[in-house]
Design a protein around this ligand. Sequence first.
Ligand SMILES: Cc1cc2nc3c(=O)[nH]c(=O)nc-3n(C[C@H](O)[C@H](O)[C@H](O)COP(=O)(O)O)c2cc1C
Length: 178
Amino acid sequence: MKVLVAYATAHGSTGDVARRIGSILQQNGHDVTVREAQYITDVNGYEAFVLGTAIESGVWLPALTEFVMRFEGQIKDKPTYVWVNCIRVMEEYGMSHIMEYYMPKELLAKLNVRGITALAGKLDLGSVDWTERWTLSTRYDGHAWPTNFDGDFRDWDKIFDWGISVIKDLQAVKLQQI
Ligand SMILES: Cc1cc2nc3c(=O)[nH]c(=O)nc-3n(C[C@H](O)[C@H](O)[C@H](O)COP(=O)(O)O)c2cc1C
């Protein structure tokens, strides 16, 4: 299938995850394009979408929200899979908190979402500027201080497993189309 992996990132680490997911799908025979959401001008011809974003202050980065709003009409009937990269997922009850508060329900309800997850991200406090430091200290959404999570927590095995779950679901979609 022709698949678009669209992602939003502030510091680049979600892009690495997008490229990894893209290559897993590609190796499985899909025709995959991986691109940063803000630079996508056309979604014609794609049969499935994998959408990912980093989380800041408890919400999606605007680039992915804007992408969905821009192309909702063309995406809505296609199988769609969503992931977020964040830190809160590593806290107790992190996954349920994210599903409740980090996933914009009204927006997602407009799409044909068949898979959704949260994956641990990467926080490099040495590379955040003063504005982001201020955001982290005042608006970071978590129980633990983000300084406890300074590092790269991306779990490539979990990312692989999620990629495989997308592939399996796309197979099911194909079978339904026969
Ligand atoms: C300014 C800022 C605010 C953040 N706020 C949150 C937050 O509210 N909840 C959370 O779980 N992670 C938060 N994070 C962590 C990021 O979601 C995580 O580091 C992500 O993997 C970054 O991805 P990127 O490298 O693609 O930008 C924040 C990070 C920054 C820099």
